[in-house]
Design a protein around this ligand. Structure first.
Ligand code: CS2
Length: 458
């Protein structure tokens, strides 16, 4: 039997489930990019808020490309299990905040209508770094944005809101970008300027794009995970389950255009400025993750816990955390980076998660600037070297030159065609300067100095 509202009666009594009448709740959030991360993070926070008494915050998820998630979730009435795994075991609960999943290419009008609906107050996004369609200078690439991104759908929905005299919206980026709220505001603003200029002023005045720091490690769900969850659910099959760690954090800039769920009931922190948390998260957690990914794959490891268990890699990660990233962060009152770094190492060591390094290694061109290059540039200005990051960059260059392909599969990166062209016409030794030098295709304004490029070798 497949999980669904009707199947709830068949579940073992000890499986936690939504305590609110799901059918009675209206949709208040439209979320773009409804992958495993969203289900284990924002949708879970929203479920906790509704369990705590909040109402009408159901989520309509949008898939921008494939119908896989719709096929997993829609037959289940949007229900799915969140399995929190650690050395202490596994806790399972059912989350109920997702109403349905819309597949944008099949029914764009339904997505636009959901954005325009009078009851919608929030749009949110986990479209990954590349989903923002930025060019090398960080500006919107209009041609890419017109082809299957969220920009046209959101813009049409907002235009309908304006035409109908409806309220503005809060748009929340939950992706690992620096200043993700400002970035979203600027890029969507550029799209609106070009494609619907009559909206520009209304968007600026009536909508808000708060920045957020999102954090929860969520490996891609495997068939084995689904099998294990089915066992826990008394043989009820859940195609949409997610596996995650017990830890979760969400820091949100308190700047909304209208109502919002009480996400603080699940521990979300609403603050004046997200920047210190976001910078620490990107440069420390994500920075160390990418380092472990490229150096770990090269050393033959498959999982994060194996890489952090390798003494040489652990030393390298700690060098990045304590000596390279932490000194560049201006902390908020009470923010303790030493404790944060120690906690990260513990989280990475969680061997119950099986978090694949190849998952982290993908899309490096989109991740490296905010994870490594910003740190490197600030250390350079302060006269400090960043040897761990340089090791990471060296490992990344080898990765995209194909050294790990035989063992770990093809390079997944939107710039992979460019890497191939550079390799074919200029050879390996040109990669560093063309991608990471001043105004390089990956580094942009964060380009490396000549002596640093020299240290990368070839
Ligand atoms: C990871 C992140 O895949 C990656 O690049 O670094 O997804 C990481 O697991 C999350 O940001 C943790 O919050």
């Amino acid at each position: 039997m497949r999980l669904s509202d009707a199947a709830l009666a068949n579940l073992p009594a000890d499986v936690k489930r939504p305590q609110y009448g799901r059918d009675a709740q209206k949709v208040g959030i439209v979320h773009f990019g409804i992958g495993a991360f969203h289900r284990a993070h924002q949708a879970w926070y929203t479920d906790v808020a509704m369990n705590g008494g909040d109402r009408d915050w159901m989520i309509s998820g949008v898939s921008l490309r494939s119908r896989t998630v719709a096929e997993q979730m829609n037959p289940q009435d949007g229900l799915y299990a969140v399995a929190e795994r650690s050395g202490k075991g596994e806790a399972i609960s059912l989350a109920g905040a997702v109403r349905n999943v819309l597949v944008a290419p099949e029914n764009p009008a339904a997505v636009v209508a959901a954005v325009a609906d009078a009851r919608t107050h929030i749009l949110s996004f986990t479209v990954t770094e590349k989903g923002y369609c930025r060019d090398e200078a960080g500006k919107l690439d209009l041609a890419v944005a017109d082809m299957g991104s969220f920009y046209p759908l959101v813009t049409q929905g907002l235009a309908q809101r304006l035409a109908a005299g409806r309220s503005g919206l809060t748009l929340i980026s939950c992706d690992n970008l620096a200043d993700n709220g400002e970035t979203l505001q600027a890029l969507l603003g550029q799209y609106i300027d070009r494609r619907a200029p009559h909206l520009t002023r209304w968007f600026e005045e009536e909508c808000a794009c708060p920045s957020t720091m999102v954090d929860r490690i969520v490996p891609a769900t495997t068939d084995q995970d689904r099998g294990r969850v089915a066992q826990r659910l008394g043989s009820v099959i859940d195609e949409a389950c997610v596996v995650t760690e017990p830890f979760s954090q969400w820091v949100i800039e308190n700047r909304f255009a209208g109502p919002r769920p009480r996400w603080e009931l699940a521990g979300a922190e609403l603050v004046e400025s997200v920047r210190p948390y976001e910078t620490a998260k990107l440069r420390m957690l994500n920075g160390a993750h990418s380092l472990l990914a490229y150096c770990g794959l090269a050393a033959g490891h498959a999982f994060v816990h194996e890489a952090i268990g390798d003494p040489a890699l652990r030393r390298l990660a700690e060098m990045l955390l304590y000596h390279e990233a932490a000194p560049t962060i201006s902390t908020a009152p009470g923010q303790d980076l030493t404790a944060y770094a120690a906690k990260l190492v513990d989280r990475f060591a969680n061997s119950a998660l099986n978090h694949r390094l190849v998952q982290i290694a993908m899309d490096g061109s989109q991740k490296i600037p905010q994870r490594w290059l910003a740190t490197l540039a600030e250390n350079r200005t302060a006269g400090r070297s960043s040897p761990a990051i340089l090791s990471g960059l060296r490992a990344w260059l080898r990765h995209i030159a194909g050294d790990n392909v035989a063992k770990w599969g093809p390079i997944e990166d939107p710039l992979a065609p460019m890497f191939a062209t550079i390799l074919a016409s200029h050879g390996r030794s040109a990669l560093a300067a063309m991608l990471l030098g001043r105004n390089g295709a990956v580094s942009g304004r964060l380009g490396l100095a000549d002596d640093e490029l020299g240290l990368l070798g070839s």
